[in-house]
Design a protein. Sequence first.
Length: 417
Amino acid sequence: MHSSIRYALSASLALSLFSGCAPQPAPQKTVTIDSTLPVPSMNGYIADITSAAFEWKPVEDPRVSGYYVYRTTPGGEDMKLHRIATIDSRFATHFVDNDLKSSTEYQYRFATYTKEGSESVGSETLMVATQPMIAPVSFFQSVGNMPRSAKLLWRPHPNGKINGYIIERQNATEQKWSVIATITGRLNAEYIDRDLQDGQVYFYRIKATTFDKLATEPSETTKVVTKPLPPQINNITSTNDLPHAITLGWAPSPISDLSHYNIYRSSTPNGSFEYHVKLESTSFTDNITEDGKFYFYKITAVDKDGLESQMPSVAVQSSTLSKPQTPIAYEGKIVNAAAELHWKNSDPRTVSYTVVKTTKTSWVSRESIDINNITDTSFRDADIKPDTGYLYEIMSVDKNGIRSLPTTAIELSYKAK
């Protein structure tokens, strides 16, 4: 057939070629050639990347049951024509051969057959070359150092047969590519991959896909490193000698986009550290009402993208100033209708003492007063009455006004004469 005949197909004919009868595989067998049977008269063909469509003139001979399609297989054991399909209706005039290789030449021949198994002489041999595969995406790049995500950009494919893209990803520790996104629309040119690991390496590539779901070769590979977490906050200093407070200090985080610091606190070194406070400075005073109260602290840095550094593995131990030591060698007695108390100092922090005097006003009622600013280690209380019970306790007091635990109470009384 002349080449001008093969390609001179109308627009309506070209569309009809792709909606013709589906081929049915037929087993290879020896048939009887009947030279009286009509030979298919081919109108032409259209070759695409992985398919070829054929059209022939209708056959009016009622002896014809259908058509045989023969084709070579490039790269096969031989270059002979082998039957690849049986079309079981003489009224059919179209055939589409799919799953071909791109940029490959094939030979085709058609014949009619009868229900008795006779076969016509073959048609002229058609030399069909499939089109080359569409070129890959020519420009593909990535934007790294993003928080737990990667931005991918590419130039929209210029070929109008392209209908979308397939994006594949490979982790640095793996050898397998995985499809992470299928994008519809040739003009799309951006994709953001989310939920990635911090400070990890990823590789990406993209394939363009056609309307008939063919995929081009992958683009060049692009590499992405996600934004790392801020470094840990270490070398934290803390106090143990402040009354009713703990002060923490640390070196500034070296990151340029610092947002703030988070302080976590626990009452035990291996306990659950709970969020305590957020601040921007590199020092913090924790006001605490209890004396000698221990807390354990961990500090993290948070950047402007919300990425938070790992907590240090070891917590910082701190405490408020403890109570002074309780006086020792405490004794008391009644001398000349007065209570005399004596004790010894047990803590160099002590600057004064407080005597707690409790009067038993009845069997169930008591009244207590604090006698402060005693600087000696003895005390004489003449303000007592006969036949009345009194309890005395002594507490050390430091310069911050922190009192020790009281001594064991001494009960004193005397009878009226």
